[in-house]
Design a protein around this ligand. Structure first.
Ligand code: K1U
Ligand code: ZN
Length: 178
């Protein structure tokens, strides 16, 4: 397995729509495993292939707590078949928008169809954090970031902070403070 570099906004690859996977073969299985290693190391609870520069419809998710057994999910071509009318709010983060958090309101429950690591079609009904995370990752496959669910004012504040942060990361410490 290999840890992959994670793209951060405003990288244009994060705004593109990813292509469907034809078949889950050894190449996609390795991508899924590398993405899980990258996600656990970050640390995070989900990751989508465009975040590591691969424009294919692959996501990984594990919302198990540290004191629980890992519950990794590997999904290709995930699609939401049904979503509840009931909504839930969660203070979301994103590995491509480091250190930025904001409340996003989404359907509380979803039913998802996807191809697993053995190229088998599966369906899963999810709620709570798992449902939120799956929706966040599917958004990445469509070039949508959690800030796109916020008002233009909040979105621009977060994106400006990131550009500033990135510029100061590139400066030597004595210059970044001013
Ligand atoms: O897709 C990503 O950028 C990963 C993102 C997923 C996500 C977080 C919160 C709500 C919806 C989707 C993250 O994992 S950000 C990091 C994070 O939330 C976390 C990290 C360590 C422990 C627990 C959570
Ligand atoms: Zn994200």
């Amino acid at each position: 397995m290999a840890k992959l570099p994670i793209l951060t906004a405003p990288d244009p690859r994060l705004k593109r729509r990813a292509k469907a996977v034809e078949k889950v073969d050894d190449r996609i299985r390795k991508l899924m495993d590398d993405m899980l290693e990258t996600m656990y190391a970050a640390p995070g609870i989900g990751l989508a292939a465009p975040q590591v520069g691969v424009l294919e419809r692959v996501i990984v998710v594990d919302v198990a707590r540290e004191d629980e057994e890992p519950q990794p999910l590997r999904m290709a071509n995930p699609e939401i078949l049904w979503q509840s009318e009931e909504l839930s709010a969660y203070d979301e983060g994103c590995l491509s928008l480091p250190d930025q958090f904001a409340e996003v309101i989404r359907p509380k429950k979803v039913r998802v169809r996807y191809l697993d690591q053995d190229n088998e079609i599966r369906e899963l009904e999810a709620e709570g954090l798992l449902a939120t995370c799956i929706q966040h990752e599917i958004d990445h496959l469509n070039g949508t970031l959690f800030v796109d669910h916020l008002s233009a004012l909040k979105r621009n504040m977060i994106l400006k902070k990131l550009v500033k942060q990135r510029k100061s990361d590139q400066l030597p410490a004595y210059a970044a403070a001013s």
